[in-house]
Ligand binder design. Sequence first.
Ligand code: AMP
Ligand code: MG
Length: 413
Amino acid sequence: MIPFEEAHSFVLSSIETLRPQTRRINDALGSVAAEDIVAHEAVPGFANSAMDGFAMRSLDTLSPPTRLRVVATTLAGNAPASRVSQGEAVRIMTGAALPDGADCVCRIEDIHVDDSSGEIVVSSVIATGDCVRQPGEDIAVGDLLVAQGDVMNPPLLGVVASQGRDSLLVYPRPRVGVLSTGDELAEPNVELGPGEIRDSNRPLLTGMLQASGFDVVDLGVALDDYDATLALLEAATQTCDAVISTGGVSVGDVDHVKSAILALGGPRARWMQVAIRPGKPFALGVVGPRATPLFGLPGNPVSTRVSFELFVRPALRRLAGHRDVDRPRFRAVLDEPMARSSDGKLHVVHVEVCVDGDARLRIERVARQGSHLLKGIAGANALALLPDGAGAAAGESVDVVLLDEIRVREMNS
Ligand code: AMP
Ligand code: MG
């Protein structure tokens, strides 16, 4: 058996980030930027009004009330209106360029119009810069707007667009093929024959992949036949950016996936017995000229979940160009003891964590364990990592990997 950390670094060191491609901004949410983007246009590009109101000279307003003559109206999109001279104002709408001579805007709500003369009356001092958006206030020319490795979130998409661009260079969202293997797997909507079971792993993996922002290619089911498995996996590595297969990687009589991955990856393949439970058998081959990673995960659904979370998801995030590939890891206090026996392995236990009134993470519930007990882990939102030994007592802390949202526990419960 090899330690978890060694297997984890082997997996990550095998992965090459995908070749960048140009993507439309509207399709780039969640992608990782593959270029630095430096501002060549200031935002705002010109001084403009932050309010609907009147542009004027602050100097004119120093002894209120001030009467000003309205000499023009200017709207967003208009070229700057004629100059504002002493005693004058320009009616201005939000976003319109500030006329030359004006240095402040008084809101429409704060103005009184004298109906007899048509003049406006300003009843307070308006300071220079009031209600004016200054050029370059948000973005100055030369600012670094997006750094390679940044994840494109909605504000960043808008920032890139503010430079007059409609696309950017990103690392592609990996297309990940998902294959189940085993003669025992029956199709949905048909009655089970003797010894047959349903395929839980494909929906499980599909969901985990989608939740992590990857595209899924359904590769169906392969029977326990070496040649068929090899052909299917080889074809998949040519059309997908990564391939995940479940089952057939242990030491059983028909565990052909292991042999197929070793054959396809050659010197760039490794089958491992990792010192974790569940998820001990694991295979990775890097296949073909595009260095496509091909993962062989254990067949038991909970083992598949654990291998995916600890090895495959970080690898896929590296493929997609992410800087942080692992899920966040914290310490959490046990509400109840967590017993285990010593077996040389790191135990990976599905748990439910919450945040208590003191903002401490607590492990409220430990899921029923068993690598075949998929329903038992459905409510879990974290994986507790219990080192080899006799377990942990209530009140002790253990490492947890957060998988999902955390409930906040009320103060007095
Ligand atoms: P294997 O490693 O292929 O021997 O599979 C280990 C266990 O996982 C066996 O009990 C299989 O029947 C089960 N298993 C394999 N693939 C799936 C799947 N797609 N869905 C549910 N159980 C599976
Ligand atoms: Mg099998």
